[in-house]
Write a protein that binds this ligand. Structure first.
Ligand SMILES: Cc1cc2nc3c(=O)[nH]c(=O)nc-3n(C[C@H](O)[C@H](O)[C@H](O)COP(=O)(O)OP(=O)(O)OC[C@H]3O[C@@H](n4cnc5c(N)ncnc54)[C@H](O)[C@@H]3O)c2cc1C
Ligand code: SF4
Length: 332
C-alpha cells in the first residue's frame, strides 16, 4: 500500500477545506475522507485507490439518529450500519431499511461501515478490483473487459457500452424506495440531493459515480415522515445465505386499502448500475388488486428495459421472481 498523510480535522469546515484541495471527488482523488474504511482501505490494499492524504471524519459530530420536527428522521453520516439497522424507530417505521442493512456484509463489517460510506461503496466488478486489467471506471478510456468477459454478477439495467458494473449496496436500495435525501456540505455551502439524483448512470463517464465535487462532505441523510399503515419488505437473493452481494434484490413499500394497492414504492438491487427505483413497476401496481397476476405484470414492467450480457441473462427472470416474491410477502 502506498504511503499517505493522515489528518483528523476538528470540525466539518476543516474537513471540507482540506478535501477541497483535491482535483476530483471521484475515482483517483488524491485526498479522501475515511469513515469505517471497509471500502477505502480494501481498495488501497489492492492499489485501486491510491490517495496521498486521508481525512478521518470519525471525530466529527455526525453520529446521531434524530427525529425531525416534520416527523422525518435525520441520520448522521458516520452512524454505523449496525446502529442504524437496530435503531428502534428504524425497525418500527422504516423496517425495509433495517432489513436491507442486515442482509448486507457481516456483523463485523456493519459495526464499522457508516451511512455515508455505504452510499459511496464501489462496485465489486472483478476487473475494477484488479489494477493489472483495463477498466473504464478505474482508468477512463482503457476499455471494459467485462462486456465480453466475466459479467455474471454485473448489471442489466442502466448499462452503457463503457461500463456495466452493478451498484452493490443493499442499504441504498431501501433508501431509494424510502425517497431519502442526501445532505452535503461543500466549499461553497450546503445542499440537498434526492437519492434518485445522487448516483449517476455510467454513460460515457463511468469514473463519475455520484454528483459529489471536491471537498463535498456528506453530513447526513434525511428520511421523510413514515406513511402510517404502509407495509415494508426487503428480499435479497444471493449465491450463499450470508456475507455475499445480491444477485437480485427488491425493496417494496406498499399501502393497500380494500385489497387494492393505493401507493407503491419499489426499488431493485443487484441488477442496476445504480440503486434502481422502478416507476414502471409502481405505476403498473397502483389502483390494481394486490394479487399475483398484477405482481407479475409489475415485475415485467420493471425489467422491460433490461439488457443482459453473455453470463447474466438469468438475472432478468431472477429479478422478476424476486420482486413478485417480495410483493407476495409484503401483503401476506
Ligand atoms: C467483504 C465485504 C462484504 C460486503 N458485503 C456487502 C453486502 O452484502 N451489501 C452491502 O450493501 N455492502 C457490502 N459491503 C460493503 C460495505 O457496506 C461498505 O464497505 C461500507 O458500507 C462502506 O462504509 P465505510 O464507512 O467503511 O466507508 P469508507 O471505506 O470509509 O469510505 C467509502 C468511500 O466513501 C467516502 N466517504 C466516507 N464518508 C464520507 C462522507 N461523509 N462524505 C463524503 N465521502 C465520504 C470515502 O472517501 C470513500 O471514498 C461489503 C464489504 C466487504 C469488505
Ligand atoms: S463493467 Fe465497469 S467496472 Fe467493470 S470492467 Fe467494465 S468499466 Fe470497469
Amino acid at each position: 500500500m502506498k504511503s499517505f498523510e493522515f489528518t483528523r480535522p476538528a470540525d466539518a469546515a476543516g474537513a471540507v477545506a482540506t478535501a477541497a484541495k483535491a482535483k476530483t471527488a471521484q475515482q483517483g482523488a488524491n485526498i479522501r475522507f475515511i469513515a469505517g474504511g471497509t471500502t477505502l482501505v480494501d481498495l488501497m490494499k489492492l492499489s485501486v485507490e491510491t490517495p496521498a492524504q486521508l481525512v478521518d471524519i470519525n471525530r466529527l459530530p455526525l453520529d446521531k439518529i434524530e427525529a425531525q420536527p416534520n416527523g422525518g428522521l435525520r441520520i448522521g453520516a458516520t452512524v454505523r450500519n449496525s446502529d442504524l439497522a437496530n435503531d428502534a424507530t428504524i425497525k418500527r417505521d422504516y423496517s425495509v431499511l433495517s432489513q436491507a442493512i442486515l442482509a448486507g456484509a457481516s456483523a463485523q463489517l456493519r459495526n464499522m461501515a457508516t451511512t455515508a460510506g455505504n452510499l459511496l461503496q464501489r462496485t465489486r466488478c472483478v476487473y475494477f478490483r484488479d489494477s493489472a486489467m483495463p477498466c473504464n471506471k478505474r482508468e477512463p478510456g482503457s476499455g471494459c473487459p467485462a462486456i465480453t468477459g466475466h459479467n455474471r454478477m454485473l448489471a442489466v439495467l442502466g448499462t452503457s457500452e463503457h461500463c456495466i458494473a452493478t451498484n452493490p449496496s443493499d442499504m441504498c436500495v431501501a433508501m431509494a424506495a424510502l425517497e431519502a435525501t442526501i445532505h452535503i456540505q461543500g466549499p461553497s455551502g450546503s445542499r440537498a440531493v434526492a437519492i434518485g439524483d445522487f448516483h449517476l448512470l455510467p454513460g460515457e463517464t463511468p469514473d463519475r459515480e455520484t454528483v459529489l465535487e471536491p471537498g463535498d462532505l456528506i453530513t447526513h441523510v434525511e428520511l421523510p415522515p413514515p406513511k402510517s399503515g404502509s407495509k415494508h419488505f426487503y428480499l435479497k437473493l444471493r449465491d450463499r445465505a450470508s456475507y455475499e452481494f445480491a444477485l437480485a434484490s427488491a425493496a417494496v413499500i406498499l399501502e393497500i386499502g380494500n385489497g387494492t394497492v393505493t401507493s407503491a414504492r419499489i426499488a431493485l438491487g443487484g441488477v442496476g448500475t445504480k440503486p434502481w427505483r422502478s416507476p414502471e413497476a409502481e405505476s403498473s401496481l397502483v389502483g390494481q388488486s394486490a394479487n399475483i397476476d398484477n405482481f407479475r405484470k409489475a415485475a415485467e414492467a420493471a425489467m422491460r428495459g433490461a439488457k443482459p450480457q453473455s453470463e447474466n441473462g438469468f438475472k432478468v427472470e431472477l429479478a422478476k421472481r424476486t420482486l413478485v416474491r417480495a410483493l407476495t410477502e409484503v401483503v401476506a
